[in-house]
Design a protein around this ligand. Structure first.
Ligand SMILES: [Ca+2]
Ligand SMILES: [Ca+2]
Length: 300
């Protein structure tokens, strides 16, 4: 199914849904980048003898992240009466089943390894509960070494001006979690680039592998690694050896900060050494408010 486009996926879903749907009208195709859905009648009791199928279809190359806000289905030790089934891909293939759930313990956060995810809600003829509500979001799969990450915010671009400014997303508000931004600063050949940080506040940890800014002396991550920064210490000025510089910003799943603001200038070695950004003191309020204590527990 890999080459299938969004429209044929949706058509296939409608055909199968029309043929197999029972009783209450529910389920559907969710094709927006994010959204919510719930069992019929939520937060009231769900109807008896009902089956609903939702198909989440995000852009090809992306993945879908599914999070439950509320979960309460009639309990049975093997979930034979009422249940929720979650599939990585189409529900017609039981090999895609990620899990079957009932009772009051909420399913964990799920991520599809494909751009399609299916969810089936089923109730039998007796005993109903409140049901569930869930949210989904389009994500991007990324691998750093052998670790897989789900990104929910991606930004960056190629900057070709003689000078300019880059900031973390939403600056000076807190940057989003699970974000990755890559900027390539490309000056004219035979010039060099100077990068000056004017503000810097990111989650701090030894090794800076939770949230960080990394700078590479060239246009790719394979180029020489100039620096890797996190915490509250403003990085020193950075000067490239060529006309290209890669700046990467990365955040993990919790705890943020207001991020960073940096200026870049390009020119000859003599000119960039004299150039300085407009360093007026910005009055920036610390936003923060995230729960520092909790993170250490989650990571341990
Ligand atoms: Ca039931
Ligand atoms: Ca973080």
């Amino acid at each position: 199914m890999r080459g299938t486009n969004k429209y044929s996926v949706v058509c296939l879903f409608f055909i199968s849904n029309v043929l197999f749907s029972l009783g209450v009208k529910c389920g559907g195709v969710l094709s927006a980048p994010y959204g919510n859905f719930s069992s019929p009648n939520f937060p009231g009791l769900y109807p008896y003898d009902t089956e609903c199928t939702w198909l989440i279809v995000v852009t090809e190359g992306s993945s879908a992240l599914l999070t439950f806000d509320h979960f309460d289905l009639e309990y049975h030790n093997s979930c034979d009466y009422d249940y929720l089934k979650i599939y990585n891909g189409f529900s017609e293939d039981e090999g895609n089943l990620l899990g079957k759930f009932c009772g009051k313990s909420s399913p964990p956060q799920f991520t599809s390894s494909w751009h399609v995810m299916s969810i089936i809600f089923h109730s039998d003829k007796h005993v109903a509960s409140q049901g569930f509500s869930a949210a989904y979001q389009k994500g991007w799969n990324r691998f750093y070494g052998d670790q897989a990450f789900q990104l929910t915010y991606v930004c960056g671009g190629v900057l070709t001006g003689l000078s300019g400014m880059i900031t973390s997303p939403h600056y000076p508000e807190n940057y989003p979690n699970n974000a990755e931004c890559c900027w390539i600063i490309r000056a004219v050949p035979n010039s060099i680039i100077k990068l000056v940080f004017a503000d810097f506040q990111m989650e701090n940890n030894e090794g800076c592998n939770f949230d960080y800014v990394a700078v590479y002396d060239g246009p790719t991550m394979g180029d020489m690694h100039l620096s890797h920064y996190c915490g509250n210490m403003k990085p020193p000025d950075i000067v490239s050896s060529t006309h290209e510089l890669l700046v990467m910003f990365k955040s993990d799943f919790n705890i943020g900060g207001r991020g960073f603001k940096a200026y870049f200038f390009s020119g000859t070695e003599a000119t960039v050494s004299w150039l300085q950004p407009p360093m007026k003191r910005n009055k920036i309020h610390r936003l923060g408010g995230e729960r520092r204590g909790e993170k250490r527990q989650m990571r341990s």
